[in-house]
Design a binder for this molecule. Structure first.
Ligand code: GAL
Length: 334
């Protein structure tokens, strides 16, 4: 009798385990990145995978290196491999709509990560408040330099964030311009968010303005790095206010050295972790992020979550990037 019961119990346990493993099938997330050359994107990728793995999900990653056609092919490949959810950092804000349409044909939902995909039935958008990023940059520099010549080196034309940043900057600068206190003597977007473009634009700007520049707002720290190099070549480093974004290590080192004024830090761990959680919930068709916020992508009001960015200057560097474990203090203050 004893033997029969224990065998029955074992059988029951086996059945329960089997049922569980069938219903709790491992979630497969497809993660499409643009490029991972910049510090932040490597962190985004690694932290996203870490969180997903902690929650027993598998992540298949593809990196498109600024090529929208390649990104489309990579999406198709991942969908054919049977992903349950697609997370995308779009190379191109408009072209990526094709990817969303394709995913929907496979009955896979899409989460736009950091950058919005325009004009499609996108399912969710997670980012930072990018208008606020532009506002932080412009407010800080306009306070230090309420009268003078400003140069704006905007982000990539393929990225919706570039437009949002510019809106945030102009909301602050426009009244100064109208009063005649600030002149925007250079105002260009770049093709790619890369350092060499920042350098070329800064050289161009200095030539055009006869070196009469008081403040530069670069859309990210890679562009700020290029701008800083051009300023240094013209012996102007530290004499021109310079803002960037991303809290790259070199930018923070420049802030400490006095050759960059501020950067804007966006806690990458927060967005990567949250995005992984939402992606898994979406894949399991569970309720995800109960957000009141929606963002218009030109076709629909997309449910969205926007995290707050933070100002980093000499005084707040330890309280922000260091306290958060984003950068090591001894690396910044070498
Ligand atoms: C933007 C992002 C920035 C910057 C840039 C370059 O979409 O908002 O933080 O990193 O891409 O990749």
């Amino acid at each position: 009798m004893k033997r029969t019961i224990s065998l029955g119990t074992i059988l029951l346990l086996v059945i329960i385990v089997l049922i569980n493993s069938c219903s709790e099938k491992q979630v497969k997330i497809g993660l499409l990145m643009d490029d991972i050359l910049l510090e932040r994107w490597l962190k985004d990728k690694d932290l996203f995978i870490k969180r997903a793995n902690e929650k027993e999900a598998q992540v298949l990653v593809e990196v498109a290196n600024n090529d929208p056609v390649k990104q489309f092919d990579q999406a198709k490949k991942l969908l054919d491999e049977g992903i349950d959810i697609l997370v995308i950092v779009p190379v191109d804000l408009n072209d990526a709509a094709r990817i969303v349409q394709l995913a929907h044909q496979y009955k896979v939902r899409v989460l736009s990560y950091d950058r919005l995909v325009k004009n499609c039935n996108l399912d969710f958008y997670i980012s930072f408040d990018n208008v606020e990023v532009g506002k932080i940059q412009a407010e800080y520099l306009a306070k230090l330099c309420p009268k003078g010549n400003f140069a704006l080196i905007g982000g990539a034309t393929t990225d919706n964030n570039s437009i949002l940043l510019k809106i945030g900057q102009m909301n602050v600068l426009q009244p100064y311009v109208e009063k005649g206190d600030i002149s925007i003597v250079y105002d260009q977007f770049v093709d790619k968010w890369h350092q060499d473009e920042g350098y070329n634009h800064m050289i161009n700007c200095l030539k055009k303005s006869n070196n009469k520049i008081d403040a530069v707002i670069a859309a990210n720290d890679a562009l700020a790095t290029g701008a800083a190099m051009a300023l240094e070549e013209n012996n102007m480093e530290g004499r021109v206010y310079l803002a960037g974004q991303d809290a790259d290590l070199v930018a923070c080192q420049r802030i400490v050295a006095g050759t960059q004024t501020i950067t804007v830090y966006k806690p990458i761990e927060a967005i990567a972790t949250k995005a992984a959680d939402i992606a898994i919930a979406m894949a399991k068709k569970q309720d995800y992020e109960n957000t009141q916020l929606t963002v218009n992508n030109g076709k629909k009001m997309v449910p969205a979550l926007l995290l707050p960015p933070m100002l980093v200057n000499k005084e707040t560097i330890k309280l922000t990037v260091v306290a958060d474990g984003y950068l090591k203090e001894n690396k910044i203050y070498q």
